[in-house]
Design a protein around this ligand. Structure first.
Ligand SMILES: NC(=O)C1=CN([C@@H]2O[C@H](COP(=O)(O)OP(=O)(O)OC[C@H]3O[C@@H](n4cnc5c(N)ncnc54)[C@H](O)[C@@H]3O)[C@@H](O)[C@H]2O)C=CC1
Ligand SMILES: NCC(=O)COP(=O)(O)O
Length: 345
């Protein structure tokens, strides 16, 4: 099979099949950042990959070479000279910045197809460009996000699939993800925190080669509850979960005040922070690393990464999208695949 070649730390050469990159919403910036990443493949040392989606969405925003392929196995021979594209259903008229239900259906099919080729081993993993969640919900997508969809297709329970956002100096995991803020407290349980922590530790070992991960857990309330005066979740749920994980041998501390966890000195003391809700995790990550932040799903049998940002409909079609996070997602996918091979996992 045509492969990308990367060098592992022991200088042995490791062959990987190409990665499948779903193009996301065809009216978003997905096609543009995938095309720009291909154009920078050599300068950035990116692994080989092929797009999965409607090739028309690439041509709508990019004048570079695109070659249709019918199987992932054709991608390696094409990759040096053109961006290979595995065509799924056409999205109809594509107007960058104006999402449509046809476009959402194409995004859905592209995601499904990308997962399928990764599960067979024809792709080394998947990298997913952003989807418009509101539009996807309108075409029968019943999962909160791509994370839960990919988990289900891989036979992994949603609570065992962990969304980690990773940048050069910070890795965060939201314990609860796409739920209303008003529902967060009720969704927090000892079992959920334990499941997220255990998958996070295994994921750091398997995908990043961290031998004994150090985990910090943020509180939910101001000042981590101030001994119960500002909320009881730390006493009733988060604290007991942490104690039981420590008894199991995990290097884990908390609950600590979230507002003091993300400054530079604090970031040197841990490998990842478990946060209690979406924005508690993603605001520091995106503030520090917006153009290089990667969303990686831990706990899956396949590698799955994604840029940390969304569809950016407001700038789609203006040639101003920064491909940095997409390129970081491609590089992290290759590093994770290499780490898994090195660890026999
Ligand atoms: N992984 C995924 O599929 C994700 C999808 N979304 C979806 O994206 C849509 C828009 O979400 P927003 O909250 O507006 O977030 P967004 O990330 O799309 O946009 C936030 C701001 O960042 C800018 N931006 C984003 N990516 C950029 C890039 N690569 N280069 C330059 N500027 C960039 C946008 O122009 C906007 O000003 C929603 O439908 C949401 O569901 C949001 C986050 C992740
Ligand atoms: N804000 C992160 C996000 O929405 C990622 O969702 P997913 O579609 O990758 O599950």
């Amino acid at each position: 099979m045509p492969s990308s070649t990367i060098t592992d730390p022991g200088s042995a050469r490791t062959e990987l099949p190409p990665f499948a990159v779903s193009l996301g919403d065809p009216a978003g910036i997905g096609p543009e950042i995938v095309a720009k990443s291909w154009a920078m493949r050599e300068a950035r040392g990116l692994p080989a990959f092929f797009a999965v989606g409607d090739a028309a969405s690439l041509r709508r925003v990019w004048q570079g070479p695109v070659t249709l392929i019918t199987t992932p196995e054709e991608a390696g021979a094409v990759f040096d000279s053109a961006l290979p594209c595995l065509q799924v259903a056409e999205a109809g008229e594509i107007i960058p910045g104006t999402p449509s239900l046809d476009g959402a259906r194409t995004a859905f099919q592209a995601l499904e197809a990308a997962v399928g080729v990764a599960r067979t081993g024809s792709a080394a993993g998947i990298v997913t460009a952003p989807v418009g969640k509101e539009q996807l919900y309108g075409v029968g997508f019943t999962h909160p996000g791509q994370t839960e969809f990919v988990a289900e297709r891989c036979g992994v329970a949603a609570h065992n699939a962990v969304m980690m956002l990773a940048g050069p100096s910070l890795k965060v995991v939201p314990v609860t993800i796409h739920i209303p803020l008003a529902d967060v407290s009720a969704a927090l349980t000892i079992d959920l925190i334990r499941a997220r922590a255990i998958t996070t530790v295994k994921g750091l070992q398997r995908n990043f080669g961290v031998a004994r991960p150090r985990i910090v857990v943020a509180g939910l309330n101001p000042h981590a509850g101030e001994g119960g005066a500002l909320g009881r979740e730390e006493i009733d749920i988060i604290g007991p979960a942490i104690r039981s994980l420590r008894e199991d041998g995990m290097d884990i501390v908390g609950p600590l005040s979230a507002d003091g966890l993300f400054h530079a000195r604090a970031r040197e003391t841990y490998d990842a922070v478990l946060c209690m809700y979406h924005d508690q995790a993603l605001i520091p990550l995106k503030t520090l690393h917006f153009d290089e932040g990667v969303n990686i799903t831990l706990g899956l049998p396949i590698v799955r990464t994604s840029p940390d940002h969304g569809t950016a409909f407001g700038i789609a079609g203006t040639d101003s999208a920064n491909p940095g996070a997409m390129m970081a997602a491609l590089k992290m996918a290759a590093e994770a695949a290499r780490s898994r091979m090195a660890h026999g996992a």
